[in-house]
Design a protein around this ligand. Structure first.
Ligand code: ADP
Ligand code: MG
Length: 222
């Protein structure tokens, strides 16, 4: 299996008035195509920082991020924006759906921005996650789990190579969490999407192909 993402000696140091904080200290790992990898760590362990670096929303202090064979750490901002839109999908703790648009319109939004027609795919994804009947509803009328499934459908609309998920189950109850973890596993398998999920929930490990503990600036396979 080809590696889609290779992280080499990734380091992030924040410079604060009180001194330097080394959030990520020489982290290295690689991820194969279609793998579902979970990083579990407590609050403040650098999970969001790691995803932001990979999404090029923040700059690494040191290290390489090799995506599809190319180091992307030095590409320009407009190239980074294009890469995010066409190759990456994002799911956050809070669904970030736009309340004044329907579920279907929300799911179609990234396709619209990319200039693609995707109604068939939107229907396919909403059916797959069991919420097609909610397509014309507005997000505030959905449950937390339904919203996160809609957010997942939206993240997948442009067929991203890489899906980055930042505590996507952070505000769900146990049963809904399990469902979301399963949805991610199914996505990796059926769509061939490579998934990096960060969470503080140890239950996520059961569904992942690989799992790391992230703590004190380092990662360790568990
Ligand atoms: N922009 C920033 N400037 C300074 N420190 C930051 C910044 N962003 C995050 N940090 C610090 O880096 C550490 C890791 O943060 P974060 O990646 O958000 O952790 P997590 O997502 O695991 O809760 C925390 O101590 C946080 O305070
Ligand atoms: Mg975070």
């Amino acid at each position: 299996m080809a590696d889609i993402l290779e992280i080499k000696d990734l380091t992030k140091i924040y410079k604060e008035a009180q001194g330097e904080i080394c959030v990520l200290n020489n982290i290295s790992f690689s991820v194969g195509e279609g793998q579902y990898v979970v990083f579990i760590g407590p609050s403040g362990s650098g999970k969001t920082t790691l995803l932001n670096l990979i999404a090029l929303l923040d700059k690494a202090t040191k290290g390489e991020i090799i995506f599809k064979g190319k180091d992307i750490t030095k590409i320009k901002e407009n190239a980074a924006a294009k890469l995010r839109l066409s190759e990456m999908g994002f799911v956050f703790q809070f669904d970030a759906l736009l309340p004044e648009f329907t579920v279907l319109e929300n799911v179609l939004m990234p396709a619209l921005i990319a200039g693609k027609k995707a109604k068939t795919r939107a229907k396919y994804l909403l059916e797959k996650f069991g919420i097609w009947q909610l397509a014309s509803k507005f997000p505030p009328s959905l449950s937390g789990g339904e919203k996160q499934r809609a957010a997942l459908a939206r993240a997948l609309i442009n067929k991203p190579v890489l899906l980055l998920a930042d505590e996507p189950t952070g505000n769900l109850d146990t049963q809904r969490k399990e469902q979301i973890f399963k949805d991610f596993a199914q996505t990796a398998k059926e769509e061939g999407t490579t998934i990096l999920m960060v969470t503080h929930d140890v239950h996520a490990a059961a569904y992942a192909d690989r799992c790391y503990k992230i703590e004190n600036g380092t990662i360790q396979k568990i």
